[in-house]
Design a protein around this ligand. Structure first.
Ligand code: NAD
Length: 499
């Protein structure tokens, strides 16, 4: 168990392919949310270390004959080798994530051990498949070569909730495109991030292509504004995203922002929920409710409202809450004590606003040590209540009644956010038609799934840009057109030829 394991200590930063002594004296202590015990500590990077990391990345990016100018297939081989190195350590990645952020190990072993692998391999395959140059017939005559170049040095800033998956969403396409990266993990999850240095070495990534600097928001802000950074890739809160967008706007620096959510589950009148309890859990409460895309507003048809409320309450009451490293645990602790207090504040707010508490709401019996909270369900919530509008980021569901499909779609779209969402129905065509009316980046039918090929991201306060899919690769490339490369006879718009 976590407490008996030796603490993980790291005194150096990974810069320019070397473990490098930090220039400041700060340390980040990592505390297990299951036991409240310190489980490790790492050296904290400061502004001078950020300078060194960006300089190492710039040197790697600019090196003649270096990473950025490698054939795409050679980079793809390195990315596959990186995936192999990750796979060899997948169990340790899952364990460290679970230890630090409270994600149940059964979930970490599936998601944090598995999804990054699929993403690294997907982008390796995509880099091999996509032509670096596409020849187009010009509408006004002649031919044009459209070239895709790596955008340069990327500052990748990630949160603690799915640290490896969200890192892979940035690292894999950035590496496939030929960029060099400075990765800043969240202070809560630094022990897993530093393991990536071993993967980079095993895979033979040139020195400086991946640099890892643990630190907090000040370090993040320093990287966002750094003159040596060409692009920012951020996942985190909407508040931080807005401030990063302001800086990038002023600098005209490309930025991808994956931010918060308050997604809706539309339960249609023909939904079959009894047999879909596991999928419902995955779509609404996964990772102790600390998942950006969760459908935490459940919209139920009035005729089936009581049934849906009872089903969700029974689901919440039946979940096993416990130490994140226990394989039986379905709901672990919240990641920090601050986070638990925030979520408890929302439970109080729900009560004060007149919502009906039908499950949970308190600290589970016998779980006074650790930052646990019972899975919680509120019924009779209005869509304009705070618990239906604001992102809680904890295991708290709001069930809202609706009359007719149009009202369900209107309620789903009446949100400051637009990240995920689900539709529950036996009729997949009807479900897809309802999904298409939802103003949100990704919708799942009868479950919520991520796929490396499916672009992921949000609208409104949920962010800008997309990760995953070919769109996720394009976010790390700039496009250059070279005119007059050859005479052609065809002038049809859109005709293309690979060279
Ligand atoms: P956070 O915004 O506080 O921190 C995220 C990361 O950004 C951390 O590494 C932090 O150190 C850094 N940071 C914070 N402020 C910064 C600033 N001004 N400039 C630069 N860096 C800064 O978020 P969090 O509490 O760690 O994570 C939870 C949030 O992340 C939730 O809102 C959740 O919805 C969101 N999230 C979104 C997605 C998505 O894909 N849309 C995925 C997971 C989490």
């Amino acid at each position: 168990m976590s407490q008996q394991q030796e603490a993980i200590e790291q005194d150096a930063l990974f810069i320019g392919g070397e473990w490098t002594a930090p220039q400041g004296g700060g340390r980040i202590a990592v505390v297990s949310p299951s036991s409240e015990q310190q489980v490790g500590s790492v050296a904290e990077a400061g502004a001078a270390d950020a300078d060194a990391a960006v300089a190492a990345a710039r040197a790697a990016f600019a090196a003649r004959g270096g990473w950025a100018s490698w054939e795409a297939a050679r980079r793809a081989d390195a990315l596959d080798a990186f995936a192999d190195a990750y796979e060899r350590r997948a169990g340790e990645f899952a364990r460290r994530v679970s230890l630090q952020n409270g994600m149940p190990i059964a979930i970490a072993s599936r998601i944090e051990a598995g999804i990054p692998l699929a993403v690294y391999r997907y982008y390796a395959a995509l880099a091999r498949a996509l032509p670096a140059v596409e020849r187009r017939a010009g509408v006004l005559g002649g031919s044009i070569d459209v070239r895709r170049h790596p955008v340069g040095v990327v500052a990748a800033i990630v949160p603690w909730n799915f640290p490896q998956t969200l890192t892979a969403f940035k690292l894999a396409p950035a590496l496939a495109a030929g960029c060099a990266i400075v990765l800043k993990p969240s202070p809560e999850t630094v022990l897993d991030a530093l393991l990536l240095a071993d993967c980079a070495r095993d895979a033979g990534l040139p020195d400086g292509v991946l640099n890892i600097v643990p630190g907090g928001r000040e370090l993040g802000a320093c990287l966002v504004a750094h003159p040596g950074v060409d692009k920012v890739a951020f996942t985190g809160s909407t508040a931080a995203g807005r401030s990063i967008a302001e800086v990038c706007g002023r600098l005209l620096r490309p930025v991808t922002l994956e931010l918060g959510g308050k997604s809706a589950a539309i339960v249609l009148d023909d939904a079959e929920l009894e047999g879909a309890v596991e999928q419902l859990f995955g779509a609404t409460l996964l990772n102790n409710g600390q998942t950006c895309f969760l459908s935490t507003r459940v919209l139920a048809p009035r005729a089936r409202y009581d049934e849906v409320v009872e089903l969700l309450a029974a689901l919440a009451r039946g979940l096993t809450v416990g130490d994140a490293l226990d394989p039986q645990t379905e709901v672990g602790p919240l990641a920090t004590s601050v986070q638990r207090e925030r979520v408890r504040g929302y439970v109080e707010r729900g009560r004060a606003d007149g919502a009906r508490l039908v499950a949970g709401g308190g600290v589970p019996a016998g779980r006074e040590c650790g930052w646990f909270l019972e899975p919680t369900v509120f019924a009779d919530v209005r869509n304009d209540d705070a618990i239906a509008r604001e992102e809680i980021f904890g295991p708290v569901l709001a069930v809202i009644p609706y009359d007719g499909e149009d009202e369900a779609v209107a309620l789903a779209n009446d949100s400051p956010y637009g990240l995920g969402g689900t539709v529950w129905t036996r009729d997949l065509e009807r479900g897809a038609a309802v999904a298409a009316r939802m103003q949100t980046g990704t919708v799942g039918l009868n479950a919520f799934l991520l796929d490396p090929a499916a672009p992921f991201g949000g609208v409104k306060a949920s962010g800008l840009g997309r990760e995953l899919g070919p769109e996720g690769l394009a976010a790390y490339q700039h496009v250059q057109s070279i005119h007059g490369v050859a005479e052609t006879t065809s002038t049809a718009a859109g005709q293309t030829a690979s060279v």
